[in-house]
Design a protein around this ligand. Structure first.
Ligand code: SAM
Ligand code: SF4
Length: 336
């Protein structure tokens, strides 16, 4: 065990980073309107993207600094061939207690078994509509049935499955009740996410944000009062709720209308090797050049600890100072 383990990733507001999100690729096989640039997506050159060995080395450095949960994301993480090998290696890192994956589900069906045996603990699958035509309009792809089958298969395999649903006013806010009903019928937690100004085309506008408050109103008008589940069950950043009959769990990620920056315990690594202390860090801190330039683990740790102290207050201060504007960052390069 190395000596520098005592250092912790703590910022000037006293927040300690425990969860690392690793974007393994900026590429995607969907074109969700709230995420990807519409035209001319310029992908990172393959030599710019971190190799599995580099990701494992950095994950282990982060683990020594106190990170205990890692989530792989993208772009679409299942586009990286043999991602199960990466998961296996991360699962072997001391101190890592949980490995998750966030996917659009298009390539998941054939991967469920391999992912399960690699040591994956949980999968968040993104789905914004149960209507085939609308699914295509939002994502640019005819894939609803594939995603639904993937959800079922992952659940049957015993993986902890959650749904991520971005709600955009006028796009899918009329399906909120249907998603809540899905949570009740399947036992799968559905997490409703407010639209953030992280899309590539710059379509974000404040009036497109369908707020948590509005979602709760719709859901309660159908199912009656919902109530927050007990502290222990709260899985940050989603605030979890259940129904009066206790059947089903739903969550809300109200990043725009009720930001939770003061409880943030997340940090991010982009696929081209930048360290982001916040979703809204731009451009982030270059780490790959240290990795490829022969820096020791201890030196890299020192950089990470120093960058962490520079973490800003978060979206909460952006809102306070200038208000939110479109295109503050690019979700598909950061990993949501
Ligand atoms: N491709 C994978 C997927 O879609 O699940 C992983 C990457 S995606 C960037 C991660 C999550 O970010 C998804 O649940 C997606 O719906 C969400 N997301 C993307 N753009 C967003 C935005 N502008 N506001 C809120 N959530 C967003
Ligand atoms: Fe791709 Fe996920 Fe972004 Fe949709 S949300 S375009 S699936 S990265």
């Amino acid at each position: 065990m190395t000596k520098y383990m005592k250092s912790k990733l703590i910022d000037s507001y006293g927040r300690i980073a425990k969860k690392l999100r690793v974007s393994v690729t900026d590429k995607c096989n969907m074109r969700c309107g709230y995420c990807m640039p519409k035209n001319n997506t310029k992908w990172f050159d393959s030599t710019e993207v971190l190799t599995f060995e580099e990701i494992v080395r950095l994950s282990s450095i982060f683990a020594n600094l106190g990170v205990d949960k890692i989530r792989l994301t993208g772009g679409e993480p299942l586009l990286r061939p043999s991602i199960e090998n990466l998961i296996k290696s991360i699962a072997n890192i001391q101190h890592i207690k949980n490995i998750g994956l966030t996917t659009n589900g298009l390539l998941l069906l054939d991967k469920v078994e391999a992912l399960k045996s690699s040591g994956l603990d949980s999968v968040n699958i993104s789905l914004d509509s149960f209507n085939e035509q609308r699914f295509r309009t939002i994502t640019g792809i005819n894939g609803l049935n594939k995603v639904l089958s993937s959800i079922q298969k992952a659940k049957d395999a015993g993986i902890d499955v959650k749904l991520n649903t971005v709600v955009v006013r006028g796009w899918n806010d009329d399906e909120v009740v249907e998603f809540a009903n899905f949570a009740r019928c399947t036992g799968i937690t559905v997490r409703f996410i407010e639209f953030m100004p992280l899309d590539g085309t710059g379509i974000w506008r404040s009036d497109l944000v369908f707020s948590k408050k509005e979602m709760v109103e719709k859901i309660e008008s159908k199912f009656g009062k919902i109530f927050a589940v007990s502290e222990q069950e709260i899985s940050a950043p989603a605030k979890l709720y259940s129904f009066s009959d206790r059947v089903g769990t739903i969550g809300f990620i109200p990043s725009v209308t009720e930001p939770f920056c003061n409880q943030c315990d997340r940090i991010r690594l982009t696929s081209d090797g930048k360290f982001l202390t916040c979703l809204f860090d731009n451009p982030g801190y270059e780490i790959k050049s240290f990795l490829r330039g022969g820096a020791s683990d201890e030196e890299i740790s020192q950089y990470l600890v120093r960058y962490m102290t520079m973490k800003q207050e978060g979206v909460v201060s952006l809102i306070r100072i200038n208000g939110l504007k479109p295109k503050l960052n690019l979700m598909h390069t950061i990993g949501g």
